[in-house]
Design a protein around this ligand. Structure first.
Ligand SMILES: *Cc1c(COP(=O)(O)O)cnc(C)c1O
Length: 334
């Protein structure tokens, strides 16, 4: 029972079968029918002209930013953005693209007055502000659809392109009970992670116009991310988006229940208002030794990350019964 992340899910039996049976070819020649099928299907499914299968979400974001920006350009993003904090500074290191982070509001949005103030004038002193990069979900929170529409207007007004780090965009769509296209429609480019709660073993997608994806494909080669018989990975990737999305609803219910339960345990407090999807952050009081707690839970077969706040992530391999057992054990140990 692994609560550390939704990346720990393993391929479903249907995925294993699809991997074994996938038709393959050399994707660097464009010859892999299963990769081609995934890319064409995903482009259409999400309302874009083209798609690119990448090795990871980090790579999809890197190519995504580099395909929008040239050396000396900058992108606006959140202080909490994955593509600012957790991707080893790739856009800056490999693309010479400067991030301009903005403090996220408590709901995860980036306030327009702060964004406006960060946009640089056309002047030789400054980097060229080219791109607004949002993340949805962000730390499990869903950005309101109305905010996305306003962000699009803001970007248009200021001549910016818009990129979505949509690693968990399906969690957002399921939480809002809308088609994922309603989110995607506001963006020039979007990434999707296939290997988080959706259970594919490896891979992400980058979506955009034909011209943009052609540029990203060249960049993928440059960073060593072009693969050969990648159909064995694309086959489970398609099943992630066709068969696993329904599971997310249960993951969200489990997270809600976990949040409610933790709030009843002395020393734990969760802002339940922000538990929109499958991630729960619990503030822990000083009276709780989280390292000791994590060690005791490990003896019972629970993998949990220590820290404050403590982060718990639900996914396909966590059941409603597991949530109840975890709550009982934590109650017992604190
Ligand atoms: C996990 C994640 C990524 C990166 O995905 P990897 O496949 O781990 O490289 C990017 N953005 C967000 C929001 C993520 O949660």
């Amino acid at each position: 029972m692994d609560f550390r992340s939704d990346t720990v899910t393993t391929p479903t039996p249907a995925m294993r079968k699809a991997m074994a049976e996938a038709l393959v070819g050399d994707d660097v020649y464009g010859d892999d029918p299963t990769v081609n099928d995934l890319e064409q299907w995903a482009a259409e499914r999400h309302g874009f002209e083209a798609a690119l299968f990448t090795t990871s979400g980090t790579q999809a974001n890197l190519l995504g930013i580099m395909a929008h920006c040239e050396r000396g350009d900058e992108y606006l993003c959140g202080q909490q953005a994955h593509n600012y904090r957790y991707e080893a500074g790739g856009a800056a290191v490999l693309g010479s693209v400067q991030p301009q982070p903005i403090e996220n509001a408590p709901d995860g949005t980036l306030p327009f007055d702060k964004l406006q103030a960060a946009i640089k004038p056309d002047d030789i002193h400054f980097a060229r502000t080219r791109l607004l990069s949002l993340e949805n979900t962000i730390n499990g929170k869903v950005l309101p659809l109305s905010y996305l529409a306003e962000a699009r207007e803001f970007a248009n007004k200021n001549g910016l392109s818009m990129h979505l780090d949509g690693a968990r965009v399906y969690n957002a769509a399921v939480a809002l009970d809308i088609d994922v296209k309603e989110i995607a429609q506001h963006f020039d480019s979007m990434t999707i992670c296939l290997s988080k709660g959706l259970c594919a073993p490896i891979g992400s997608l980058l979506l955009g116009t034909k011209e943009y994806i052609t540029k990203a494909r060249r960049l993928r080669k440059l960073v060593g991310g072009a693969m050969r018989q990648a159909g064995v990975l694309a086959a489970p990737g398609k099943l992630a988006l066709t068969e696993q999305v329904a599971q997310l609803k249960q993951d969200h219910l489990n997270a809600k229940r976990l949040a409610e339960g933790l709030n009843l345990i002395e020393g734990f407090s969760v802002n339940a208002e922000f538990v929109h999807t499958n991630i729960v952050f619990a503030k822990v009081s000083d009276s709780v030794n989280t390292h000791e707690l994590v060690a005791k839970l490990a003896e019972d077969g629970f993998k949990v990350t220590a820290g404050n706040p403590m982060r718990f992530v639900t996914h396909k391999d966590i059941t409603a019964a597991d949530i109840e057992t975890l709550l009982e054990k934590i109650t017992q140990y604190v």
